[in-house]
Design a protein around this ligand. Structure first.
Ligand code: MN
Length: 182
């Protein structure tokens, strides 16, 4: 796979061209400043997870759209050691296990939250649903104005077309799978 830091600027530029959006328009749609978008496109700045999620939502593409491997065209996916996205965020690690699937319209991530992490995700497009399954540890998920505790082995599904968040108040790392349906 091509390096992430090369792929993200390329994909952002091509998305913007495809839509015919100026930096101004892209900034309005994503809630990310024009200056930041320009810096990302010129590879002067790497987006954080939160910024990348805003960009994906604004352009109405899946999160893993940015990490897609354009050369991959297999009928079977087997993923062992997923690439971490994005190393700049020190308390949240997002690793795509199954990148966005065109046919079934879902993507699956492994997400690790270190103790003390609190991460808010912008609203996704209408109809987007997330299912979270906790693999180890314990976390809280913010949905419809309240935090909900989800423990190891438990799951939580929710409509993600509104602001939502994940946090780890425990002293141990929390690991969960996040299945996102579009
Ligand atoms: Mn989300």
């Amino acid at each position: 796979m091509e390096n992430l830091s090369l792929r993200i600027p390329k994909i952002l530029k091509s998305l913007r061209q495809e839509k015919g959006w100026s930096l101004d328009r892209a900034s309005q749609e994503t809630g990310v400043s024009k200056a930041m978008l320009g810096q990302i496109e010129r590879s002067e700045s790497s987006p954080t997870i939160a910024t990348l999620w805003k960009i994906a939502s604004g352009f109405n593409v899946s999160f893993s759209f940015f990490i897609q491997d354009l050369n991959q065209n297999q009928s079977m996916h087997r993923i062992g050691n997923p690439e971490q996205l994005h190393p700049k965020d020190d308390k949240i690690f997002v690793m795509p296990i199954f990148p966005y699937d065109e046919k079934f319209r879902f993507e699956v991530f492994v997400i690790e939250l270190l103790p003390g992490c609190e991460h808010f995700s912008p609203a996704h497009q209408k109809g987007v649903v997330e299912h979270i399954i906790v693999a180890s540890g314990e976390l809280e998920v913010f949905v419809r104005g309240a935090w909900h505790s989800v423990k190891e082995g438990e799951g939580l599904g929710f409509e993600a077309d509104q602001s939502h968040g994940y946090r780890n108040l425990s002293k141990q790392k929390a690991v969960f799978h996040d299945i996102i349906h579009y």
